[in-house]
Design a protein around this ligand. Structure first.
Ligand code: FES
Length: 516
């Protein structure tokens, strides 16, 4: 296991999640020929791996394709709470969707939690599973009123939990709503065992194999960047952002948010349970064992991608919160994640469009992918196998509720339009020659806006900051050294390569770099 990086309370320079640092993940070859299979699953995070596992267990032939390396996307950058307590949602969902659909949401996620526990037992997986109560706590009277309403929603829905006055946190709160019998674990210790199961069951796994599009039809064909074809009966897009939306305009029906986490060794005693603040700034807490020692994972600082303050300040805010309330002795790891939020806060799971019944998507988990990804896999497995599920309508990707979807559609797309225009009008005067080593910024080159990063060897990398998706202007993310788009969340490396869609093409590089 990798040792924690710091013995002081300095932030680690390299952002690395504890889960990835402590797990060895097998390598797989790239696809180098055309193949035929029954189901092509595109995207090897938690949704893709569990979907492939469930189908393979039924005897279905599966090929699993991953653009990068297995498990290094959002699944590797979670806080790994396995819970149906997804922030304050049940009171809100009751008012939007009614009692039956809201209960379905809870039950789908509890089934996912139980499936994870059952699979851990079945394979005897050692992944630090522990049952925990989950709390959302109030820090103000306004939040307390929301907590009380959420507890009332729990009562109506029969969710085991209630309002509680006292919790274990070492700072004053105004009560909390607790959901009993939830869990936490090490997600990659769990999923790497499932990957071994996939191998054992003959699932073909390909890495560095980016799916670009689907040729629709009764036997859809996935086409990769290298031009190879995967002929299938069914295609599942379990990429974070659907790699193929079948005309569903998913980029306009979701918005991306980033959040941050640090894993620290604290001086104070750590609380039992998993915690989330009801209000802003968001604070998420849980414990984890690192080399046998108790660490605290502190998360939060959510903001829309490309629209936050200087990234490192988000980590510093978590650090200062940790120092104030727990006394930090060591910061082992820091990492960030990107999540997609749909118009009505429910995930999109099912056929990508009504006229493409054999092309499925699963996305928009808000920040709760540990349970929702498994709920998605359980539903997709049923839908592909022709088994009815009570959750089909609730998660149907083509749904569009007048309230709240229509209102949120208008708000989100007005925000995109604002950023599209704002980025073009912004006056930039900075000269790339001013950049120090390991520094990036938006600069002016040949009279035009450009993105510049000077690496630790002093080499300057210049890119065109126009996002290749729909033309918004990307912003520098100094915590991850990436270019992030404020419109739909595409992310690029400092050299312009696509790290996260919906963009598919890299940022143009500016070749005059060597002259600057
Ligand atoms: Fe859509 Fe950049 S314009 S992600």
């Amino acid at each position: 296991m990798t040792q924690p990086q710091n013995t002081t309370s300095e932030l680690p320079v390299v952002p690395q999640s504890y889960w990835l640092a402590s797990t060895e993940i097998s390598d797989f070859p790239a696809l180098s020929e055309d193949i035929h299979t029954e189901v092509a699953v595109v995207g090897a995070g938690m949704t893709g791996i569990v979907t492939a596992y469930l189908l393979a267990k039924r005897g279905v032939q599966v090929a699993l394709l991953e653009a990068g390396h297995l498990l290094t996307g959002t699944t590797g950058h979670t806080t790994a709470k396995i819970t149906a307590q997804h922030d304050l949602i049940y009171d809100e969902f009751l008012s939007h969707f009614g009692e039956e659909q809201t209960r379905f949401y809870y039950e789908a996620n509890i089934e996912a939690l139980e499936w994870i526990k059952g699979t851990i037992r079945e394979h005897g997986i050692s992944c630090e599973l522990s049952e925990e109560d989950a709390y959302i706590y109030a820090a103000s009277e306004a939040d307390q009123a929301k907590i009380v309403k959420e507890a009332e929603a729990y009562r109506r829905l029969g969710i085991p939990g209630s309002y509680v006055e006292q919790i274990q946190l070492p700072y004053p709160t105004k009560g909390a709503v607790v959901m009993h019998h939830q869990a936490q674990y090490h997600p990659l210790a769990f999923l790497t065992v499932l990957v071994e199961e996939l191998k054992r069951r003959g699932v073909r796994i390909y890495e560095q194999t980016e799916a670009m599009t689907v040729e629709e039809g009764s036997h859809p064909v996935v086409v990769t960047r290298q031009g190879h074809k995967v002929h299938a009966k069914h295609v599942v897009s379990s990429t974070h952002y659907p790699f193929y939306g079948a005309g569903g305009f998913y980029f306009a029906r979701m918005h991306p948010e980033r959040s941050y986490a640090i894993a620290v060794k604290a001086s104070a005693a750590l609380p039992k349970g998993m915690y989330l603040s009801a209000g802003d700034p968001k604070r998420s807490l849980r414990t984890v064992k690192v080399n046998g020692e108790d660490f605290l994972i502190l998360g939060g600082e959510n903001h829309q991608t490309g629209q936050g303050i200087c990234t490192i300040k988000h980590y510093e805010a978590l650090q200062s919160f940790g120092e104030q309330h727990f006394g930090i002795r060591e910061i082992g790891y820091r990492w960030s994640a990107q999540d997609l939020i749909t118009l009505d806060k429910l995930p999109y799971i099912g056929p990508a469009a009504s006229d493409t019944p054999n092309i499925f998507i699963a996305t928009g988990y808000k920040k709760w992918g540990m349970t929702t990804s498994v709920a998605a896999a359980l539903l997709l497995d049923k839908q592909i196998s022709g088994i009815a599920s009570p959750y089909t309508d609730l998660f149907r990707p083509s749904r569009f509720h007048a309230d709240p979807s229509l209102r949120n559609f208008a708000v989100e797309n007005a925000d995109v339009a604002k950023h599209l225009i704002q980025g073009k009008l912004e006056m930039v005067s900075r000269d790339p020659a001013e950049l120090g080593k390991d520094e990036g910024a938006v600069v002016r080159v040949n009279g035009k806006r450009a993105g510049a990063y000077r690496d630790s060897h002093g080499q300057l990398h210049l890119v065109d900051t126009t996002c290749t998706h729909m033309g918004c202007e990307v912003e520098w993310n100094d915590g991850e050294r990436t270019w992030d788009c404020p419109c739909h969340g595409s992310r690029y490396s400092y050299q312009g390569e696509v790290l996260e869609g919906p963009a598919k093409k890299p940022l143009a590089t500016i070749r005059e770099a060597s002259k600057v």
